[in-house]
Design a protein around this ligand. Sequence first.
Ligand code: 2BA
Length: 108
Amino acid sequence: MKLVLAIVNNDDSAVVVSELTKENFIVTKLSTTGGFLMVGNTTLLIGAEDKDVPHIKEIINRFSQTRKCVKPTNATFGRGLSNNGLEHEVSVGGAIVFVLGVDEMEKY
Ligand code: 2BA
């Protein structure tokens, strides 16, 4: 058994969860925050059989988009829109996926 841990954009999370549950995967959705941009994202926990992991990854990949985001720096504060390019643009996502081995899963 595996635990798929996926960090997805908040804007993609509803469709990703809906597509996973449509395929009968069981999903737990956590509200999380990225440490670099300090903006909200969504972490999904999906416990699944090993054979299902490629299908889960394919669904997450299909419905997660890459976005450009701007990380303001201290130097941009108070400059409004005329910040002379002091902001730092980063590419976020599609999704970050970790696959962890699971020794045991019990349901009581
Ligand atoms: P954030 O930490 O807010 O990072 C947002 C984006 O900023 C990242 O996109 C990456 O393009 C850039 N970035 C992150 N740390 C950076 C740094 N130290 N220097 C320069 N640029 C940096 P993604 O790589 O797509 O990551 C999206 C979110 O996924 C991250 O949000 C974080 O919440 C999570 N994440 C990504 N890699 C991770 C990892 N190895 N471990 C834990 N969480 C991770």
